[in-house]
Ligand binder design. Structure first.
Ligand SMILES: [Zn+2]
Ligand SMILES: [Zn+2]
Length: 272
């Protein structure tokens, strides 16, 4: 749909990702063609991105340079809270996600891996489209699950156990929420006809943004500060959602909350 190569011929020099794609096809084809690859990629990103911020949480005031950016300094996650969030995520993946993918292998055709790599333009435009689509879907889902007490109690409340989020709590989700998020994350790139490499970039990037939402630190170099005009909500917006659950429903971008009047800003107590 957004593939630039369908509009005009792509010169070999424009395919900067071709050597990487050739390497993956030649040496890692069994891994990357497996339907389990995307699950492995997503879960390992969640773990790798969460660990540094968990260490920050455990060290706390011993690292004053970082601790000055902690949003709710009166609420610190304990090791017990962290391990509960992580074991919930691990259990959900082992008991529900992996069997769901296994069933999918009998129903769905194996993913095709094209010979050509996407251009960087394709990765950016298609990836942005996938993120925007997911953001709109989750905004609506999230809004409904806060407005309907039954949906909240049975599906979304698991994620709101903690008023002050921390990195591991990113995937403290009920099984229906995890499966819904996983369903969209897999379906959206297919609908937008993204290249597999673009889909994997979107996966890594969206997990990073989700973890950043939950780190509980408003650091000056996070994406919400690097991207101009407050286009991304980041940790300040999502931390506020955990404090005031009827605000900031969007996971990544800020436009839906601004448009529907659900955006609430964090009042900063510090300067940088
Ligand atoms: Zn959250
Ligand atoms: Zn919520």
């Amino acid at each position: 749909m957004f593939n630039s190569s369908s509009l005009w011929p792509v010169q070999p020099s424009q395919r900067l990702l071709q050597p990487l794609w050739d390497h993956l096809l030649l040496h890692h084809r069994p891994l990357i063609s497996s339907p389990f690859f995307i699950v492995l990629l997503a879960f390992s990103c969640y773990v790798c991105f969460s660990v540094p911020f968990a260490l920050l949480d455990l060290l706390g005031e011993k690292l004053p340079y970082f601790y000055q950016y902690k949003i709710q300094q009166d609420r610190k996650p304990t090791l017990k809270m962290m391990s509960k969030s992580f074991t919930t995520a691990l259990y959900n993946h082992l008991v529900f996600v992996l069997p769901s993918v296994t069933i999918g292998t009998f129903i769905l055709p194996s993913p095709m891996l094209p010979q050509d790599a996407p251009t960087l333009y394709d990765v950016f435009v298609d990836g942005l489209a996938a993120l925007l689509l997911f953001d709109a879907q989750y905004y609506l889902w999230h809004f409904m699950h806060h407005k309907n007490p039954h949906l909240y109690k049975w599906i979304h409340a698991v994620h709101h156990e903690y008023v002050s989020p921390f990195s591991w709590s990113t995937e403290q989700l009920s099984i229906p929420e995890l499966l819904t998020v996983g369903f969209w994350s897999n379906l959206d790139p297919l609908l937008l006809r993204c290249h597999p490499l673009t889909t994997w970039c979107v996966t890594v990037f969206s997990i990073w943004m989700s973890v950043e939402d939950h780190i509980g630190y408003d650091m000056p170099w996070t994406l919400n500060h690097l991207v101009p005009f407050g286009l991304l909500g980041g940790a300040p917006a999502h931390d506020m959602h955990h404090q005031k659950p009827n605000s900031n429903y969007a996971p990544f971008f800020s436009h839906w909350d601004r448009l529907f009047g659900t955006a609430v800003s964090l009042k900063r107590k510090y300067k940088y």
